[in-house]
Design a protein around this ligand. Sequence first.
Ligand code: HEC
Length: 141
Amino acid sequence: MRVCIRAAFGWRAFAAFAAAMAAAGPGLAQGAGAYTADQAARGGKAYADNCALCHGADFAGGPGAPSLTGPEFLFGWTGKSVGALFTYLHDKMPPGQAGSLSDQDYADIAAAVLNANGVPAGGQALAGGTAAASASVIARP
Ligand code: HEC
């Protein structure tokens, strides 16, 4: 299904905001607050330019490229750190052009991927220079 990327991110940013507000008590997902909603929106644009061709505008995957949302993706990444996700993106993606984006672009794209998986945004952006060291743990929201 083709989704208008702008509309999709507007909704996702709102959903992340609503989730962050709702999750202010016990049960807050680990990994929550590792990025900001604004950052996820920026990352969504960089994702559209650099990743969507293979992984789909809606993160659902495409021919030969895995989905970056949903149970299969979370199965692989639950319990790993945001830093590990950043490092994977930086060191492996896009295939054949790994490391071709700025550290901040990779951090923003990591934020967009977390957002697409329902990990709530917070008040602190994931900084490109220190993203590899982020110990925030990715958890099922
Ligand atoms: C040319 C197609 C292509 C492009 C462009 C591309 N990828 Fe990938 N991506 C793949 C393939 C193929 C795999 C599976 C790699 C493997 O299994 O080693 C993959 C794997 C991944 C994974 C691991 C998925 C998992 O389940 O663990 C992530 C995350 C990812 N890509 C993110 C990105 C991001 C972010 C970008 C843009 C910066 C990007 N990819 C650009 C083809 C692509």
